[in-house]
Design a protein around this ligand. Structure first.
Ligand SMILES: Cc1ncc(C[n+]2csc(CCOP(=O)(O)OP(=O)(O)O)c2C)c(N)n1
Ligand code: SF4
Length: 284
């Protein structure tokens, strides 16, 4: 096991005191330490949002990109060097709003990437507008009389798109969350871990006490993670009880397995194939 301090950046998080994203970050550092993943073999990619600042607080390669575009960046990096452990982090606005198209297509391709969404059911960075996962009737800055749209259900959406690993965590359960990350990172294929990560500043409905009263662990109910039907049923459960844990996990060839261009190994580690290598030296 690697010392967890290895993954802690010199830059300290600037999230509001009590923000759920602290629990998400700590659990990720714990999971990587327990899996012994070296920072030099790890890339953390994000978009824009409070949650998307995470790569700055984590020691590994990092890419803080454009709002909603983390998954295409991660796809390119993974195909360029499949030997990297690629982890994507961001918010529900980033991933299920502006990034929704990328989300569905990355899921169906089954690239070997772990996607951690800090789902606070609101836009935090832009000061509290409704997001795709805001519950109907909730009042926010952009919906002063209450949201009139139905929320996106990330779990059933991922299952429908062909995901091979779908889980939900809660940042108030950091040890359970770290175990979910470990399972997701070890999983060969695309792994979604939607984490209920309360925004203590702008979401006054889905708070820590709200979740503590409702969450229960799927593993305590002997849920069959290989049954799509059972996963779909559990995905619809939201209200008096909120399930956390692994909803679904199956094996299927990854995009990398089936991509002929990767048959010779990691492109990043191949010789460039130039007859005259001296042309390269001109640029050094
Ligand atoms: C193309 C583009 N559109 C809009 C924005 C403004 N913007 C920045 S963050 C954000 C949403 C943040 O919400 P979320 O992704 O859920 O992250 P959180 O801040 O809640 O962690 C928006 C709309 C932007 N930066 N770029
Ligand atoms: S605004 Fe919300 S999501 Fe952003 S740092 Fe503060 S508590 Fe966290």
């Amino acid at each position: 096991m690697t010392d967890v301090a290895v993954y802690k950046s010199e830059v300290k998080p600037d999230w509001c005191p009590g923000c759920g994203d602290y629990g998400v970050l700590n659990a990720l550092q714990k999971a990587c330490a327990e899996l012994d993943i070296a920072p030099r073999d790890t890339l953390v990619v994000s978009g824009i949002g409070c949650s998307s600042n995470l790569p700055g607080f984590f020691t590994a390669y990092g890419f803080h990109g454009l709002h909603g575009r983390a998954l295409p960046v991660a796809t390119g990096a993974k195909l360029g060097n499949p030997d990297l452990t690629v982890i994507v982090t961001g918010g529900d606005g980033d991933g299920y709003g502006i990034g929704m198209g990328h989300f569905v297509h990355t899921v169906r391709r089954n690239l070997d990437i772990t996607y951690i969404v800090m789902d606070n059911q609101v836009y935090g960075l832009t000061t509290g507008q409704a997001s795709p996962t805001t519950e109907k009737t909730v009042k926010t800055k952009s919906t002063p009389t209450g949201t009139i749209e139905l929320p996106v259900n990330p779990i059933s959406l991922a299952l429908t798109a062909g995901a091979t690993f779908v889980a939900r965590g809660f940042s108030g359960e950091p040890n359970h969350l770290a175990e979910l990350y470990k399972k997701g990172i070890r999983h060969r294929g695309f792994a979604l871990i939607d984490v209920m990560s309360p925004c203590v500043t702008y979401n006054k409905v889905n708070t820590y006490p709200w979740f503590r009263e409702r969450v229960y662990k799927l593993e305590d109910e002997k849920h069959d993670v290989t049954s799509l039907e059972a996963a779909m049923q559990k995905a619809r459960e939201w209200g008096a009880r909120v399930p956390i844990g692994v909803f679904y996990q199956v094996e299927r060839p990854t995009y990398e397995d089936d991509e002929p261009a990767l048959a010779g190994g990691s492109p990043a580690k191949q010789p460039l194939g130039l007859k005259d290598q001296s042309v390269l030296l001109e640029f050094l």
